[in-house]
Design a protein around this ligand. Structure first.
Ligand code: MTE
Length: 326
């Protein structure tokens, strides 16, 4: 996303710690009296290559339209080691290396603005109040790489409904945690974002059944680098809309500012629907590299409008010129 040349590491499967090694580590932690933390998969764990085992988060497969695919899953190791989470640095490997420095326990999210019942939910409330489901979505970054990931979560509409948006609410604004002491990327002199990271959706996009509040992936709680403990997944939009580690959700009547729009409005629009016909100044959007991909096996596939979710979401944009509203 940034303007310097992107270094794209290819990760050999040998570099990824197998789960049985993590599990052994978990046993060791339990013997050492650190079991609660290890079992929860929360707290400021160790580096990704030595991560404690993450807690299993079983969920029934979703039956919603568009919530499954027969495409091959991206290996778990790739999904949790090739990340964008600028709070921890701009290199793809920085989040896996440094996101353990973020303390995610306890965690709560505040929901306010144009709602009848503003309030706060802590993570335990979230996990017990909403029915978790697993959805396998394509995930497409504006940098023209993509993954197929099984996410665990619940519809954002279920969460918003509890707080009763008023008739004046037209948009939803999200903010990520901002803790300089735990997020080395925010302290860096090369940091380009005006923290905290923020994103937004139109209310009807937020209420669309595909829009998922996500707490897990591959049947486990989210590791920190993936946006623990709570992130958004909007599968028909470029990945930067899928804001991580959310602490604030506000219902508003005007289109909210977003971090990438603030930075380069001519490059990153508010809508950012996946669109092979509208190129980004640095990345053609006609094709994508489906991870894992390498120089010799780029795994290049054509990009689909709305990332293949047109049937479910194209009607939201009827009458809009998506070249203008990119
Ligand atoms: N959320 C926050 N808070 N900070 C970020 O830097 N990066 C975005 C998005 N959410 C980002 C974020 C971008 S550019 C992408 S492509 C996705 O997260 C990457 O998600 P992943 O690392 O789980 O693949």
């Amino acid at each position: 996303m940034k303007r310097r040349k992107t270094h794209i590491p290819t990760i050999a499967s040998s570099e990824i710690t197998p789960e049985n090694v993590w599990l052994n580590r978990r046993e060791l932690m339990q013997q050492a009296g650190l079991g609660a933390l290890a079992a929860a998969g929360l707290g400021s764990g160790a580096q990704a290559t030595e991560s404690p085992a993450l807690r299993d988060l079983p969920a029934a497969p979703s039956s919603c339209d568009g919530c499954s695919t027969t495409e091959a899953l991206t290996p778990y190791g790739d999904a949790i080691s090739y990340n964008n989470f600028y709070e921890f640095g701009t290199d793809k490997s920085d989040p896996a290396r440094y996101a353990h420095e973020m303390n995610v326990d306890p965690w709560s999210v505040e929901v306010g603005g144009l709602v009848n019942k503003p309030g706060k939910l802590n993570l335990e409330d979230l996990l017990t109040t909403f029915d978790l489901e697993e959805r396998v979505y394509r995930f497409r970054c504006v940098e023209a790489w993509s993954m197929v990931v099984p996410w665990t979560g619940f519809p954002l509409a279920d969460l918003l409904g509890r707080f009763e948006p008023t008739s004046d609410a037209k948009y939803v604004a999200f903010k990520t945690l901002y803790r300089r002491g735990e997020m080395r990327g925010t302290r860096s002199f090369t940091s380009i974002i005006d923290w905290p990271y923020q994103e937004g959706l139109r209310l009807d996009e937020a209420m669309n059944p595909l829009t998922l509040m996500t707490v897990g992936l591959y049947g486990k709680v989210l590791p920190n680098q993936s946006g623990a403990p709570l992130r958004l997944i909007v599968p028909w939009k470029y990945g930067f809309k899928s804001i991580k580690s959310i602490v604030s959700i506000e219902l508003v009547d005007r289109q909210p500012e977003t971090s990438w729009q603030q930075l380069a409005p001519q490059e990153y629009g508010f809508y950012s629907n996946v669109n092979p016909q509208v190129d980004h100044p640095r990345w053609s959007q006609r094709y994508e590299r489906r991870l894992p991909s390498s120089l010799f096996n780029p795994n290049r596939i054509p990009t689909l409008p709305f990332n293949g979710y047109g049937e479910q979401v194209a009607s939201l944009y009827q009458g809009m010129d998506l070249r203008v509203h990119y």
